[in-house]
Design a protein around this ligand. Structure first.
Ligand code: GLY
Length: 373
């Protein structure tokens, strides 16, 4: 049996895999994407789509948080043009918004934590400010009178990840990139073993292989990427709030067509992206309604769970391993945010060009169990 061959095989059809495929296509590469489909949880399907470098750069993990912040800020700066180009090319609306975000506090210690975060983000070059509860209510009149203060991040914003995925698929389809539905069983050595097989028994070969596998497969067996489950819900809400709100215990993201996403729980470990606990959804709804009381009675549209691809130090893994495989995974809470910048850098690396920023902080060699390949 002759194996079907490609120059580059991207394993993983989430936002990281698809944006990388598009960036490689732009540079004339011949490739295919292997997508394990709905049975394997894509973090992208579950994501709220916040583009929030000011809030989620993982300083609590003691890893290369500054590099993560700068990756997020760089990618945020690319998103407006990226979304516009994607929409223009495909005709698919991706709901990119540029309304900013508010981190909210009720109590002094929460305000102090936000102020510390604001100072840190400013030190890193970010554009954020602390504002009073009244100033926050001027921006978002539906906010509770109990909100004491807020961290205003005017440049943080959001996009709709499901719409982005739909647009990326149209874009890749127009460019003739195959998205092959199949779970890749073993990738083998990137430089000398060209062939690999899917769970369906189909054999493929590629000169270069890229792991963009998210929370499953890939590096999970070595503990370098692990699932961090998140549960979320969407409710019906037309124009109650306009920007992303990050309240204690819930974030709120208004989307098109009267949909408002409320997320998300965080639980390390289970490979379970199917079950959604009623108590978790009730907790998210209560925390959201505490911040925006008008949402208390809103009808639920949907609830779901997904698995974020966590890493031991909260930073993504980008680069090449000792076996010649390219790695583009572990973006934890920030896959959608990081996608445009990560795709450009990884496409450059794979094609032997110089990436626009230093990938060294994201190398797998920073982990002792990553040094042998
Ligand atoms: N970035 C939002 C989340 O991971 O829940």
């Amino acid at each position: 049996m002759t194996a079907k061959g490609f120059d580059i095989a991207i394993i993983g059809g989430g936002v990281i895999g698809l944006t990388l495929a598009r960036a490689l296509c732009d540079r004339g590469a011949k490739l295919a994407v292997f997508d394990a489909g709905a049975d394997v949880p894509q973090a992208t399907r579950a994501a709220a789509g916040m583009l929030a470098p000011s809030f989620e750069y993982g300083e609590e993990f003691g890893g290369p948080a500054e590099a993560v912040y700068h990756l997020g800020a760089r990618s945020l700066a690319m998103w407006a043009d990226y979304a516009a180009a994607l929409e223009q090319e495909t005709g698919v609306f991706v709901d990119y918004r540029s309304d900013g975000a508010l981190g909210l506090s009720y109590r002094d210690e929460q305000t102090a934590a936000l102020a510390e975060q604001a100072a840190q983000v400013k030190r890193l070059g970010g554009d954020v400010e602390m504002i009073s509860g009244d100033e926050a209510r001027e921006l978002e009149p539906a906010l509770s009178a109990d909100i004491a203060a807020a961290l205003h991040a005017p440049k943080d914003t959001q996009v709709d990840p499901r719409r982005v995925m739909a647009a990326l698929k149209v874009s890749l389809n127009r460019r003739g990139v195959e998205i092959i539905q199949g779970r890749v069983l073993s990738l083998g050595d990137g430089e000398t073993i060209r062939q690999f097989v899917t769970a369906e028994g189909d054999i493929y070969e590629a000169n270069r292989k890229v792991l963009a596998t998210g929370a499953v497969g890939g590096l999970t067996s070595r503990g370098l990427v692990y699932p961090v489950k998140g549960e979320a819900t969407a409710i019906a809400s037309e124009s109650v709030i306009t920007r992303v709100l990050r309240a204690p215990g819930a974030y709120l993201c208004p989307k098109a067509e009267g949909r408002l996403v409320i997320g998300a729980t965080e639980e390390i470990g289970p490979f379970d992206h199917h079950s959604v606990s009623p108590a978790a959804v009730a907790g998210l709804r209560a925390n959201a309604a505490r911040a925006v009381p008008a949402l208390g009675m809103a009808a639920e549209l949907e609830r779901w769970a997904g698995l974020r691809p966590g890493t031991p130090d909260g930073a993504p893994i980008m680069g090449q391993d000792k076996n010649g495989r390219y790695l583009a995974l572990g973006h934890y809470r920030n896959g959608v945010l990081h996608a445009p910048a990560a795709a450009e850098a990884m496409a450059a690396l794979i094609l032997g060009e110089t990436p626009a920023f230093d990938l060294a902080p994201f190398s797998i060699s920073r982990f002792s169990s990553g040094r042998d390949g």
